[in-house]
Ligand binder design. Structure first.
Ligand code: GLN
Length: 197
């Protein structure tokens, strides 16, 4: 492969850099060959990106900072253009249309209703192994004050479940998971996302 054809295969993936598991996402993205990972804090940082990750953390805080930094409309526009978005944990909450706790202002990128903290508090955090038919077997998953998808509209593909609750889903270019794929060394979920960007 020539240098220029190598360059054209590079996927530019941004990580929303306000709060939460930001550096862990950058590290796991850097473990994938054709990825250039960058931090996003302003609308102009979205311009050259193929995909955006909205990380886990505290959805109320991240939502407030998205608004304060003028990123609500640009992120919605980014999604409308068909560019990839991955929401992990609090990021899943923010991608939803509605939540059981309406103090969080959502981006409404996906027709899902989210049960925030659905698996309980910090003390109820857990690790498990998932079988995700479209992605792979024996995928480690860490859940920290994790939400689940209580209701999913038509057109939502539900990818994985824990205790019969949907914890991973996709709709066209939007992918969400209730757990933290960036906290393991298994990069299959990230590769799945990057390939779709
Ligand atoms: N429970 C948190 C919230 O709703 C999400 C927790 C996480 O991202 N690990 O904001």
């Amino acid at each position: 492969m020539t240098q220029s054809s190598k360059q054209s295969h590079i996927k530019h993936i941004g990580v929303l850099n306000f709060q939460g598991a930001v550096s862990e996402h950058i590290t796991i993205l850097n473990s994938i060959d054709n990825v250039q990972a960058t931090l996003v804090q302003k609308p102009e940082h979205l311009t050259k990106l193929n995909g955006l990750i909205i990380p886990g953390g505290e959805s109320t805080t991240i939502s407030r900072l998205i608004k304060q930094n003028g990123l609500v409309a640009p992120i919605k526009q980014f999604a409308k253009q068909g560019k990839g978005i991955l929401g992990t944990c609090a990021g899943l909450v923010l991608c939803g249309n509605s939540t059981t706790h309406n103090e969080v202002e959502l981006l409404g990128l996906m027709d899902i209703c989210v049960e925030r903290n659905g698996f309980g508090r910090q003390i109820n955090s857990f690790e498990t192994i998932l079988e995700i038919p479209t992605i792979g077997e024996q995928i480690p998953a860490i859940f920290i004050r994790a939400p689940y998808i209580a209701k999913a509209g038509k057109g939502i593909e539900q990818l994985a479940f824990v205790d019969q609750h949907c914890i991973m889903a996709q709709q066209n270019n939007i992918l969400v998971c209730a757990f933290h794929p960036e906290l393991t060394t298994d990069n299959r979920i990230m590769r799945y996302f990057v390939d779709r960007c």
